[in-house]
Design a protein. Structure first.
Length: 534
């Protein structure tokens, strides 16, 4: 056994620690992005459509494309960047193959509502829990609600490596384990040595204030590659990569950004360090929770109801984010985990379906200053002495959001009725008042007739008025594990469950660019075009 490789049995301790935390079957993977890749490949047919947040890491966007899926951008709530379930049009719901939560910075998405919707449509709910390893909803950990969840072991723990794929159905472990093993690439002594000395090198750099030199070295080692917040899209190369999906090979140059060892078989040093740090996670989570509490009490935060979560980053909303980042940088406080612009603005309509209501995502992405709770005292000391102002209130279509194109105006005209019904008549009055302040350009009679609410709008209004409790109650007694065997059986023989509507996985698939390349049917352990089972 080489120094740079650990035996699969070495994963057992990490898997058991997460199994005890989640109450679910857990499979070790070398990174969170590999966990999501395996989930998308197992539960979604190529050519399907996955609802996801536009304020998300661009790597996850490329993971979805590599899995042969069409990313569909969800409308968000402007106060915390969570998915706004009520603002998703019915036409979007019925074209989906899966829903992927983000739990951005550790703030939970409305997973009960999303699980209810997914159950009604017969599609899987996949949870991205990279930022949310300590987040709970009603005493139940995030990552235990959907069919599968991907965790990062490198963020809250500080291990900077490793991930977990948690699944509702224990019977799926064996095929997913085979798929993982065929994806892994061999490690090596140099990689393990680099990983081993990295914490000490970073500490020395901080002590000597050599941040620019350290950043140059990290770029050379593939640990930091972005010149801007988003990586370069390279649209022509991306178009040429689409026909290679589902496969990681054609998308490797995007998926590996800032983590070239994302699919590398871990060595014993990585595994032992990660196990030690994961065993002490509760102590770390307490520190994150206390720092979160301090930051949420500041004038730049919008506290959420319920108990304080141990957020990985606390999103403070400031008027000028770039100026605030520069201010913190002068005090040697680095601000990361920014996701701006939203993915639909970043990638365009060739590669994604834009959000029906993009203003909230643009507002949240533009004004969010992610702050490390472990540095809460230092951050607040700097901000309190400065003239950093809170972000202006969000106004749909106003200065807080991006100007809408005619296409976006048409799409959002229906969605505004859904939002008004969901938030109540008082909120509707606020929205109408804001719309009256920002007059759109003159429109002809035909365009006005086109934007009048029709039968579909009234149908969406009626659906939005159904309480979230009613939707959640429809599946409170149905755990995803109870239907795991049925989902796998449908994948294998192509049969449909007569109890489920013919939507989602069995609905017509994406017919846009690259659709002709996404016609293969997913099996329990499908083969990718790069010769590996994924």
């Amino acid at each position: 056994m080489a120094l740079g490789e650990g035996r699969p049995s070495a994963y057992t301790a990490l898997e058991q620690l997460m199994r005890e935390r989640l109450g679910r079957e857990c499979l070790y993977v070398p990174s969170g992005r590999i966990a999501l890749w395996l989930a998308m490949r197992h539960w979604c047919r190529p050519g399907g459509r996955v609802l996801m947040s536009p304020v998300n890491d661009d790597v996850i966007f490329f993971v979805a494309l590599a899995a042969g899926l069409r990313p569909v951008m969800a409308p968000l709530r402007p106060e915390d960047g969570s998915i706004d379930v009520d603002a998703v049009p019915e036409s979007v719901w019925h074209g989906l193959s899966a829903v992927l939560t983000t739990n951005l910075y550790g703030n939970p998405d409305p997973v009960l509502e999303l699980r209810s919707r997914c159950h009604l449509l017969g599609i899987p709910l996949l949870e991205d829990c990279a930022h949310a390893i300590g987040t709970e909803i009603g005493g139940r950990p995030v990552g235990s609600f959907g069919d599968a969840a991907g965790f990062s072991l490198g963020k809250h723990t500080g291990a900077k490596t490793g991930g977990i794929l948690a699944v509702a159905d224990p019977a799926l472990r064996r095929p997913l384990e085979r798929a993982r093993d065929e994806l892994l690439e061999p490690g090596g002594p140099l990689s393990e040595i680099t990983y081993g000395v990295r914490p000490y090198a970073e500490a020395m750099v901080r002590g000597l204030r050599l941040a620019p030199t350290a950043r140059a070295v990290m770029r050379r080692l593939g640990m930091e590659e972005r010149e801007d917040i988003r990586m370069a899209l390279r649209p022509e190369e991306l178009r040429r990569a689409l026909p290679t999906a589902p496969s990681l090979t054609g998308f490797n140059s995007w998926v590996r950004v800032d983590m070239h060892d994302y699919r590398q078989r871990p060595g014993l040093l990585r595994l032992r360090r990660t196990e030690r740090l994961l065993a002490g996670l509760d102590t770390r989570l307490h520190a994150y929770r206390e720092g979160t509490r301090k930051l949420l009490a500041s004038r730049w935060a919008i506290p959420r109801p319920g108990p304080v979560q141990p957020l990985f980053q606390v999103p403070l909303l400031v008027e000028d984010r770039d100026a605030a980042r520069a201010l913190l940088a002068r005090h040697r406080i680095v601000t990361g985990y920014l996701y701006d612009p939203p993915l639909d603005d970043y990638a365009g309509e060739y590669f994604t379906d834009p959000s029906p209501l993009p203003q909230a995502a643009a507002y949240f992405g533009r004004h969010t200053l992610p702050c490390d709770p472990l540095k809460a005292d230092r951050i607040l000391a700097v901000l309190d002495r400065s003239d950093v102002r809170p972000a202006p209130p969000f106004r749909p279509g106003g200065p807080g959001g991006t100007p809408r194109t005619p296409l976006q105006q048409t799409r959002s005209s229906r969605t505004i009725h859904v939002q008004a019904a969901a938030y109540g008549e008082h909120r509707a009055e606020q929205v109408r008042a804001q719309q009256n302040r920002v007059q759109p350009p003159p429109r002809d009679r035909a365009q006005q007739d086109h934007e009048q609410p029709g039968p579909r709008d009234r149908e969406e209004q009626g659906l939005a008025q159904r309480s979230r409790a009613e939707l959640a109650a429809s599946v409170d007694a149905v755990d995803p594990a109870d239907r795991g065997d049925r989902i796998v059986r449908q994948r294998r023989d192509g049969s449909a469950d007569p109890a489920q509507p013919q939507t989602g996985r069995h609905a017509p698939q994406h017919s846009g660019p690259g659709a002709e390349h996404h016609t293969m049917e997913l099996r329990a352990v499908p083969s990718s075009q790069d010769g590996t089972s994924v």
